[in-house]
Design a protein around this ligand. Structure first.
Ligand SMILES: [Zn+2]
Length: 59
């Protein structure tokens, strides 16, 4: 079961986000995969700077 960071929505298996060190939640929905953050309007809208998978909604 993957977990999503409550700060930046980054998906990982960790209890603490590997990107920002924030708490993660199992309660999330929707996956957005960002391959090229510098050329993605979605990445810009979500403040994503690193390639990876992100949850669309995190509670
Ligand atoms: Zn994070």
């Amino acid at each position: 079961m993957q977990r999503a960071c409550k700060n930046d929505h980054f998906l990982s298996e960790e209890a603490v986000c590997p990107l920002c060190g924030g708490p993660t939640s199992k309660n999330w929905s929707g996956i957005l995969t960002i391959l090229d953050p510098e050329n993605s309007q979605m990445a810009e809208a979500m403040n994503v700077t690193k390639p990876g998978s992100y949850a669309l909604k995190v509670r």
